[in-house]
Write a protein that binds this ligand. Structure first.
Ligand code: A2P
Length: 271
């Protein structure tokens, strides 16, 4: 037996980078596939609107089960909000969907991401293309006054399979009408919704709306133009790739925090 094995096992010291334990403040279920929740925000936790962070639960084996989640609340908010899928077989979301106020969740200490103003060069019109819970980072961006300081018009498109999945975004956008911080810009925000698997006034995928030009006709704006238009994209990998091809065809170049340009992409969390 070695000397070390002789000693009682010491609990490893928590690394300064270990996630913090936060309290669930509220939970709202929209459909059997989507829900949102709010948690406490540590005073030291800083982020830029549009970024993501690791969120999770303590696993059965004592190891944290963490996944990247876009923060849906804006950077000025005292709480943190998330908009999540419920994947029946998802290792995290199958459990996370059961949280209730008062429960604990784990929050990573560092946020990051490319769906931020720093990654885009100045423009006139900002398009935020989202599908499903890919709306989350834009729920943050459209609540941030900086967005309206930078852009004359902000167009958020949200495409879902079912009508009920639009509700989180609809309620959010409506709440901004009288918002003390961004309410004055409400007239410059456009919420464009499409639903693909149930009856809805627009039943096309957003990619089809761009390709056919119906998006621009409906909004009464010219087609995508790298001189004035900037684009953020969040959704499934396939959706991102399809939109990327369309915006690149229109002449927009991909940006990053290090090299800002005309469009940025990020994959929505799915499991
Ligand atoms: P569809 O119903 O035609 O698949 P998901 O939940 O699978 O991420 O899908 C969310 C929404 O995104 C659905 O309305 C879906 O349309 C749409 N979608 C899925 N893949 C793409 C894609 N490659 N391009 C554009 N929209 C997509």
């Amino acid at each position: 037996m070695t000397e070390a094995a002789d000693k009682p096992a010491e609990k490893p010291a928590k690394s300064p980078n270990a996630p913090t334990e936060e309290t669930v403040l509220s939970v709202k279920h929209y459909t059997d596939r989507m829900f949102s929740f709010r948690i406490t925000r540590p005073s030291a936790f800083r982020f830029r609107s549009g970024e993501f962070v690791m969120i999770g639960l303590e696993g059965a084996n004592g190891k944290p089960l963490l996944r990247a989640y876009s923060i849906a609340s804006p950077s000025w908010d005292e709480e943190l909000e998330f908009f999540s899928i419920k994947a029946p077989d998802g290792p995290l979301t199958s459990k996370l969907q059961l949280i209730r106020p008062g429960d604990k969740v784990l929050l990573g200490r560092k946020s990051t991401g490319t769906l931020v103003h720093d990654a885009l060069t100045p423009g006139k019109r900002l398009y935020c293309f989202s599908t499903g819970t890919g709306l989350a980072p834009f729920a943050s961006v459209i609540r941030d006054p900086e967005t309206y300081e930078r852009f004359e018009q902000v167009i958020v498109t949200h495409t879902c399979r079912e009508v009920g999945e639009l509700k989180y975004g609809q309620e959010l956008v409506e709440s901004l009408r009288d918002d003390p911080l961004v309410g004055e810009y409400f007239g410059r925000l456009v919420h464009y919704t499409t639903v693909t698997r149930e009856p809805w006034p627009n039943q096309d995928r957003i990619t089809t709306c761009i390709e056919k030009g119906t998006l621009f006709a409906d909004l009464e704006v010219p087609p995508l133009d790298p001189a004035v238009d900037r684009v953020m994209v969040c959704g499934s990998m396939d959706m991102i790739n399809d939109i990327k091809a369309l915006v690149e065809k229109a002449g927009l170049k991909e940006g990053s925090n290090a090299h800002p340009a005309e469009f940025v992409i990020e994959k929505a969390f799915v499991g």
